[in-house]
Design a protein around this ligand. Structure first.
Ligand code: TXA
Ligand code: MG
Length: 460
């Protein structure tokens, strides 16, 4: 660790204006940017870091990114070092125009952007959609033959890429395995002082709050019979992608929409998400995208999923005499996380005024800190990571771990898989699977647990 990392305030990013290109080919071909001072001065500092093989953390509409020039292997190495990221987990490249995208693709005589890629770009860029493109100079397999590329929607991110005139490789700006940062201070808490981190551009709260949806549309075929594979659910709902695919297919042509290489089916009834829920916990899915095999999003304390009965049907695997009342479930979790004879404080992330939150907050003999995720999957996505980080409390885990701030465990209210609910539930599942102490804690099917640290709760 070196000196403190400067945080440059760029909250006036809405004063940046972008004028679509007049080029008849596409409005995103080479848009024009107007960047007023003092933003321009901050972007100039960041740009100098990027041109000197250093990294810069910056806001995007999804989560904060830790960026480096995609054309500079030395700078990219620093991203992996700073994050302690596994070397085989590739990075997303961020562009600010289709001209810049074109420069990352094989030459136009051997590769042309397909009709489906163009339709997805037109519908969703700039925005939380990452697409795979063939790499212009891939190494021998098993090295990846593709690059994952997106155009972020945050004006500050676009202006940084444009001003530096560099495509930016950028993973989320957190220490590997930690919840993704949605505020500049989250980045600062994880990465302050890291060698090779030039500055943090504070663009305020991220609006989407979960990472981009990663899509492999290279398997699409004109005339039908191909596939579009969702490699990572994220800030763009699968339903939205399916709609555009259907439009491009037209009548008669059928493209299979897949999730991790398996057929995806629209979850028609929001409340009967049992089937999709089970598929989420299916063991040993072969990772279609390298990042899938890594644990993610783990606070330093245990995370529990609460599946309220108004959204999740009771599983037949739960023994009939199991007490699934909020009081009973909370007692079990309390016993699970209790340490040193002290009664634990539980943190609850819940939907606004949900039956679960009303029932849980009624259990008056327990100490509970609660944070609302708002009323919808969109608001939940936006608040999810910051909610986990607030409950965890950054002061709780100094070396001796004895501070009174922060909670002892986080309880997350589950939701249906519709829209952004899928991305939210995927992040919760990973947070439940990792982190905290007491791996293999005393939960199990016999106690009425869906699986370890997952509880169905009767809120009727
Ligand atoms: O919203 C986002 O995508 C954020 C912001 C900063 O843009 N970035 C982000 O990056 O989430 P990261 O590194 O945390 O996640 C990148 C994901 C990983 O799951 C990685 O395995 C996958 O994208 N990925 C990258 N290149 C790939 C490729 N060529 N093929 C398949 N998956 C790829
Ligand atoms: Mg990440």
């Amino acid at each position: 660790m070196s000196a403190q990392t400067p945080v440059l305030p760029c909250l006036e990013h809405s004063s940046i204006t972008i004028t679509p290109s007049l080029s008849p080919s596409h409005p995103l071909r080479h848009p024009a940017f107007t960047i007023p001072n003092p933003l321009l001065a901050h972007l100039e500092i960041a740009s100098q870091h990027l041109h000197s093989s250093r990294t810069v953390a910056f806001a995007t509409e999804t989560v904060y990114g830790l960026g480096a020039s995609a054309l500079d292997p030395d700078a990219i190495k620093k991203i992996y070092l700073i994050k302690n990221r596994p070397a085989d987990n590739p990075l997303i490249i961020h562009v600010s125009s289709l001209d810049m995208l074109q420069r990352l693709l094989p030459s136009s005589d051997v590769y042309e952007i397909s009709k489906i890629q163009l339709a997805l770009i037109t519908a969703f860029w700039p925005g939380p959609l990452t697409l795979l493109f063939p790499s212009p100079n891939p190494s021998q397999p098993p090295a990846l033959q593709t690059n994952a590329i997106r155009m972020p929607a945050h004006l500050l991110a676009l202006a940084l890429i444009h001003h530096s005139n560099l495509p930016l490789s950028a993973p989320s700006a957190n220490f590997s395995g930690r919840p993704s940062p949605t505020q500049a201070r989250h980045v600062y808490n994880d990465l302050n002082g890291a060698e090779g981190l030039g500055c943090i551009l504070d663009g305020g709260d991220c609006g989407v709050g979960v990472e981009s949806t990663v899509v492999n549309a290279l398997g699409w075929k004109a005339g039908g019979g191909g596939s579009v594979d969702i490699l990572r659910p994220g800030g763009l709902g699968v339903e939205e992608i399916a709609r555009v695919v259907q439009e491009v297919d037209g009548r008669g042509d059928v493209t299979e929409i897949q999730m991790h290489g398996k057929p995806w089916r629209r979850n028609v009834e929001a409340s009967s998400s049992r089937a999709t829920h089970l598929s989420r916990t299916e063991p040993n899915l072969a990772p279609a995208t390298p990042g899938l095999k890594y644990r993610h999003y783990s606070p330093r304390i245990p995370v529990y999923l609460l599946q309220p009965s108004n959204t999740f049907p009771r599983s037949s695997e739960i023994p009939s005499k199991t007490d699934s009342t909020p009081r009973a479930v909370l007692r079990k979790i309390s016993a699970d996380v209790q340490r040193n004879g002290r009664n634990p404080t539980l943190g609850l992330l819940h939907y606004e005024d949900s039956p679960l939150s009303r029932r849980v907050l009624d259990v008056s003999d327990l100490s509970i800190e609660s944070i609302s995720l708002g009323p919808t999957a969109e608001s939940a996505a936006q608040r999810l990571f910051s909610g986990m980080l607030s409950l965890e409390g950054s002061a709780k885990y100094p070396a001796n771990g004895s501070s009174s701030m922060g909670v002892d465990a986080i309880l997350m209210e589950g939701c249906s898989d519709e829209g952004l609910g899928l991305a939210v539930m995927e992040r919760i599942d990973k947070a439940v699977g990792g982190g905290g102490f007491g791996e293999g804690a005393n939960a199990g099917l016999a106690q009425g647990v869906d699986s370890e640290r997952r509880y169905w709760v009767d809120v009727s």
